[in-house]
Design a protein around this ligand. Structure first.
Ligand code: PXL
Length: 295
């Protein structure tokens, strides 16, 4: 008769078990779309998380494939609502407040949602969750999306997700849309940041980027108390793919590690500036930010 192999003695070290002397990384979630060429979206978020030393999780909302036959417009396919809900359920069960995991997931980044239905699904999960930090990159329009559809999405984002955000990172266009103000210079960018804070209660990092004239890429941080202008010399005059996603993802990682919102904004700006300096050129008409640049 063959006996079953003896169970490992309790003293025996198990290489698959975590090392108790190692610090457990903070766990962060991005709820975002896939951008197939790897420049933007969930791919940029995960690369940023890894570089900044947090354990990244991506729950996908949609798949975007640029169309090289049609001016690189976005071909957008939503993920089925049930599948989005299942991803959120699995993630929350594994790392949420009731999971018993050593690092509780309390920090989430929201990227491209892309449809009113997805916004409803994600808003319900956020409302049911116990997230301390909700970083919203308010991706309002996707190049090539049907305008009527995009308007519905913008409206749903403003009414259902913006009020749940604790930190929001609008670009020039998104800041105009969220604030209702025209942004032509630093003063109007500041006014928009203040307005978006009043509307949402969130810390705001409004990005002028390459859209405002002048030698510097200027962003405005405002949290109700502190207004700070974050400035770095422009690197070229063309926006780089993944800059917005990586900025919000870097804010997310830093908040999860315990940084204040202002510290997180400063670190994220420096991270993105280095990533743009080390960008990756492709056959597409835009370069991609390289998160590994600072290494
Ligand atoms: O950079 C905005 C953005 C966010 N998320 C996805 C994208 C893009 C832009 O291409 O495709 C999935």
């Amino acid at each position: 008769m063959t006996s079953a192999p003896a169970a490992a003695a309790p003293t025996q070290s198990n290489p698959t078990q975590s090392n108790p002397t190692q610090t457990t990384p903070a766990v962060v979630l991005t709820i975002a779309g896939s951008e197939a060429t790897g420049g933007a979206g969930a791919q940029a978020d995960l690369k940023t998380f890894q570089e900044l030393g947090v354990f990244g999780i991506a729950n996908l909302t949609c798949i975007v494939s640029f169309d090289p036959q049609d001016n690189w417009n976005h071909r957008f396919v939503p993920v089925d609502q049930q599948v989005i809900a299942h991803q959120l359920e699995a993630t929350t069960a594994a790392y949420g407040a009731a999971s018993g995991a050593p690092s509780v997931l309390d920090t989430v980044k929201i990227g491209m949602l892309g449809s009113p239905a997805t916004i409803g699904t994600v808003a319900a999960a956020l409302a049911a969750g116990t997230f301390t930090n909700v970083v919203l990159d308010p991706v309002l329009i996707c190049k090539g999306q049907e305008p009527g559809h995009a308007l519905d999405t913008d409206q749903a984002l403003k009414t259902q997700i913006l009020p749940l955000a604790t930190f929001v990172t609008p670009n020039h266009f998104e800041a105009e849309s969220l604030s209702g103000l025209e942004i032509t210079d630093l003063d109007s960018l500041k006014a928009a940041a203040i307005r978006i804070h009043e509307l949402s209660g969130a810390a705001v990092l409004a990005k002028g980027g390459v859209r405002l004239e002048g030698p510097d890429a200027v962003d405005v941080y405002y949290d109700g108390d502190t207004l700070e202008v974050l400035s770095a010399p422009k690197i070229g005059e063309v926006a780089v793919s993944g800059a917005g996603c990586s900025l919000a993802a870097a804010v997310t990682a830093e908040l999860a590690k315990g940084a204040s919102p202002l510290e997180a904004a400063r670190t994220a700006k420096a991270f993105v500036t280095a990533g743009i300096r080390n960008r990756v050129a492709s056959g597409a008409p835009f370069d991609a930010l390289w998160q590994g640049g600072p290494r």
